[in-house]
Design a protein around this ligand. Sequence first.
Ligand SMILES: [Mg+2]
Length: 313
Amino acid sequence: MAVKLNNREREEQKVKSYKFIINPIAGGGKTKALLPALERIFKEKGAEYDLYWTRARGDGIEAAARAAEEGFEIVVAVGGDGTVNEVLNGIAGTEAVLAAVHGGKGNDFATAVGMPRKIEAAGLALLKGKTRAIDLGRVMDRYFINSVGVGFDAAVAERVNNGVRFFKGVSAYTYVFLEKLFAYKSVEAMIDIGNGPLRSVPLLVAVGIGQAYGGGMKIVPDAIQDDGLFDVCVFDDSISRLGLFYHFPKVFSGKLKYVKQVSMYRTPELKLQLSEPRPLHMEGEILFGDSMHFTLEPRAMTVLVADPSRVNF
Ligand SMILES: [Mg+2]
């Protein structure tokens, strides 16, 4: 499909150069299949671009940092949320703009910036999208742009990441969810959102700039990406296992916040002290810790927004 550009678009296009950081194994290898369509669109439009295929976990950070140094204006993560997080950590603090394309499995950040799932539409959105500055989060010496979960949800993510025999995709999540439902042990926590520490035993604490994680789980459904505040969900572990089994699926519709044991907060900073280390999942990355200090830099990251009417600003 040939699309004619007007002069202004041609002019805008001239000043942009794109570096694609592609995770070839994201989404069970489906990411690779997206490239021919993307390249065709970029060639048709005469856009300047270059490709880099990641080779190992963490490799995307270096590659993205190099791309920013070389003067690429837009660095595009092609893969899952883990790929986005690596690119983010490579370019945070530089002039480069962060963009994302849904990999085979989908990508919560790409959804948060209104990126279409169809690859042809995504390619055009990369060329014609607008830039916006959104909030940048930091915890445990790493940046995040969408969300972090500590506790039960992270334990599920960690187990799924490490591979589940016989199960894949959604069924792996369901299987691990049921397993962790009974096996996960919450620990005591001190949570400080600026008015002194609150003692509780949270099943999970989620800290979000965007609204969803884990492939569309709306854990902080009212989050705004550029308001200078984290939306925080604290799910207290005073719920029965049967209650949790019944209520947790409400996370997909954003209705988990109405459950009695769930409290929502807004804060620019959060300190979390756990009595024992627990997993933290950050956009595909799993870390462990007992002391976490979440800080936010307002509108510190420029991102490419496909359709400004579909994002939460
Ligand atoms: Mg916010």
